[in-house]
Design a protein around this ligand. Structure first.
Ligand code: SF4
Length: 262
């Protein structure tokens, strides 16, 4: 079975080098996502298409191997989301991550038959630096290194606390997120592709959920199962909500590809 998914979120680690006053996650945990969990997830999803892939945490630069491993696998399998991005607090420069983003972007852009105009900045590969009144000020040396190493990669500073402040964890302000599990909405397309409308979230401890926002305890409490034993198809058949209204998505990836490709 193949899957088409809107948002895939990889919680790369629950460790962090900061302790921000607005952190919805709460106390950090010494838990790292493994390459085995990532491979199991990608094996099971056999992705036909995914709109967005996000590396988050915790602080994702503390676990560079998993990010590099995932991007290299995406290159090999030509998994080409509209956006693949990392959200970092910008205190740590990881050459391994910078190189991996460059490899992924370069292969995808320089492939024969792909159009580009002049000097190219990849819209599909993205590094976001958190800047707001709660985070420690951006480390300018680190920021400069990402600018220098990742010339191809779209980079921006984002103040998400301004728009998405969540109450929970260390944060005493912001929006309260209801402690409920929304069953994934899905539709089937043909015999071999299932479209999942919404989020699939792989936590660093291997738990799968579609609840990406909140404290680690909430994420764990609202898990659908552990990736090592989880069957997306069985779960969706039993608990998912089907939708008649989703437009057929399994051909969307063709828009991103040239005529010479599969
Ligand atoms: S908000 Fe981000 S950088 Fe700050 S403590 Fe939480 S995970 Fe770390």
């Amino acid at each position: 079975m193949k899957y088409s998914i809107k948002n895939l979120y990889l919680e790369v680690t629950r460790k962090c080098n900061l302790k921000c006053a607005h952190c919805m996650r709460g106390p950090q945990q010494d838990v790292m996502l493994t390459t085995e969990y990532v491979d199991t997830l990608f094996d099971k999803l056999n992705l036909q298409f995914v709109e967005n892939i996000t590396f988050g945490g915790g602080e994702p630069t503390l676990n560079p191997d998993v990010i590099a491993h995932t991007l290299d696998r995406m290159t090999r399998e030509r998994i080409e989301p509209y956006i693949v991005g990392m959200i970092t607090n910008g205190q740590i420069f990881s050459e391994e991550i910078a190189d991996a983003f460059n490899r992924y972007a370069k292969e995808r852009v320089e492939r024969p038959g792909v159009f580009r105009f002049g000097e190219y900045v990849c819209d599909f590969a993205h590094i976001a630096f958190s800047v707001d009144k709660y985070h420690a000020p951006l480390n300018e040396e680190v920021r400069a290194k990402y600018r220098e190493y990742c010339k191809w990669i779209r980079q921006e500073e984002t103040d998400s606390a301004n728009t998405h402040l969540i109450k929970g964890g260390y944060s005493k302000e912001g929006k309260e997120i209801p402690y409920v599990l929304n069953r994934p909405v899905y539709g089937r397309f043909g015999d071999d592709c299932i479209n999942i409308e919404g989020d699939i979230y792989l936590a660093a401890n291997g738990l799968v959920t579609n609840f990406a926002t909140g404290e680690y305890a909430q994420v764990d409490a609202l898990n659908l199962g552990h990736i090592s034993t989880f069957s997306f198809e069985d779960y969706l058949r039993e608990y998912g909500r089907t939708s008649e209204t989703i437009a057929e998505p399994c051909g969307i990836s063709l828009i991103m590809r040239g005529p010479h490709e599969r």
